[in-house]
Design a protein around this ligand. Structure first.
Ligand code: ADP
Ligand code: MG
Length: 334
């Protein structure tokens, strides 16, 4: 079987997350002792192990209810999921859910909370639940700016503690892959060391164990382990990511992308100074923006030394013609 490489598989062994698991478990332990606790927002890029570690903790501690907002994407559905109560009005449902929570207190976990259609409405509802029960609420999302989007009142009462899972590096991803491959059938798990290293290095561009698993799965399915094939699969996967990426970027990033589309293409380069002049931001901020877009393989940059007097200059262009056209289209230019 290769089910062990699928997205939903919950591994027995969760690597490189001991510190964060410990921190989150403290909330669970305090809740057991005191019947109440503080709220938590768990952040981290896609594939950084958010769902995995929370599910592992639930399994170990056994006092939480897990709700995936990508499945229950309205407030009504999310609240209904808590006890599966069959009540058709939202108000009554909330009332009965609170009553039941007071009798059977459980930590409430809302995974992928950004997927909910009306965030303010859900957060206000969670605020009501928290005020009446003091039960800890954990929200999980890759979007760090989500707290700013919450209604002020609710945000102040809920007062989320924050934990961010760092992106995995190539070394960590390699360990994760090796440990997972041990569970897979002997016949198909014989990836050579070079392939394991290469897949881990590619996946490290996003720090994502999801990219790691998906790349491996595709190689095994197609029985192709060449670097060229791995790169092609990665590019395809990234294409799906752009849509999410572009939808998630903030105002400054959007303006930066517009500026890029104006100033350069897949052949013509633009210098970071030019971008800085146009955007009226600091050099450090421009460099940060370039790094963000480069991390998503949307652009590539190179440095050039301009001799003793000239210093170093950074040149930027879109990674490929395809990416350029795709982003141009997404931003509504063609
Ligand atoms: N620390 C880890 N150890 C082992 N496997 C991991 C680890 N982190 C993530 N994975 C695996 O990577 C994939 C994506 O992880 P997931 O928890 O779904 O990420 P997220 O929820 O942050 O998007 C899953 O298949 C999961 O089993
Ligand atoms: Mg997840």
């Amino acid at each position: 079987m290769i089910i062990e490489l699928s997205d939903d598989y919950l591994p027995e062994e969760v690597l490189h997350r001991d510190k964060q698991i410990e921190e989150i478990k403290n909330i669970f332990k305090n809740f057991k002792k005191l019947g109440m606790g503080t709220n938590l927002a768990l952040f981290g890029v896609t594939g950084s192990g958010k769902t995995t570690i929370i599910k592992k903790i639930i399994k170990d501690e056994n006092n939480a209810i897990y709700i995936s907002c990508s499945e229950a994407h309205t407030t009504y559905k999310a609240i209904k999921k808590i006890f599966n109560l069959n009540i058709s009005t939202q108000e009554e449902l909330l009332k009965k859910t609170i009553e039941r929570l007071l009798k059977e207190p459980r930590i409430l976990i809302f995974d992928e909370i950004d997927k909910v259609k009306n965030l303010s409405q859900l957060v206000n509802t969670l605020n009501t639940i928290y005020r009446k029960t003091m039960i800890p609420i954990i929200i999980i999302t890759p979007k760090r700016n989500i707290i700013k989007q919450m209604p002020t009142d609710a945000r102040k009462t809920l007062f989320f503690e924050k934990i961010t899972l760092p992106s995995y590096n190539a070394h960590e991803l390699k360990n994760i892959l090796k440990s997972r491959l041990k569970l897979v059938d002997q016949k198909i798990r014989d990836l050579d060391e070079g392939t394991v290293n290469y897949i881990s290095a590619i996946a490290a561009q996003h720090g994502s164990a999801r990219v790691l698993m998906n790349l491996t799965l595709r190689c095994i399915q197609k029985n192709n382990f060449t670097q060229k094939f791995i790169e092609i699969v990665f590019k395809e996967m990234m294409k799906e990511d752009w849509i999410d990426f572009v939808n998630e970027i903030n105002e400054t990033e959007r303006a930066f992308l517009r500026c890029l589309l104006e100033k350069c293409d897949f052949e013509k380069e633009v210098t970071s100074e030019e971008l800085q002049g146009k955007m009226k931001l600091t050099a450090a901020r421009i460099s940060q923006l370039i790094n963000t877009f480069e991390r998503y393989s949307a652009i590539t940059s190179r440095h050039e030394n301009l001799g003793r007097a000239g210093g170093r200059r950074r040149f930027v262009k879109f990674d490929t013609k395809e990416i350029y056209k795709e982003l141009d289209k997404m931003m509504g230019y063609s």
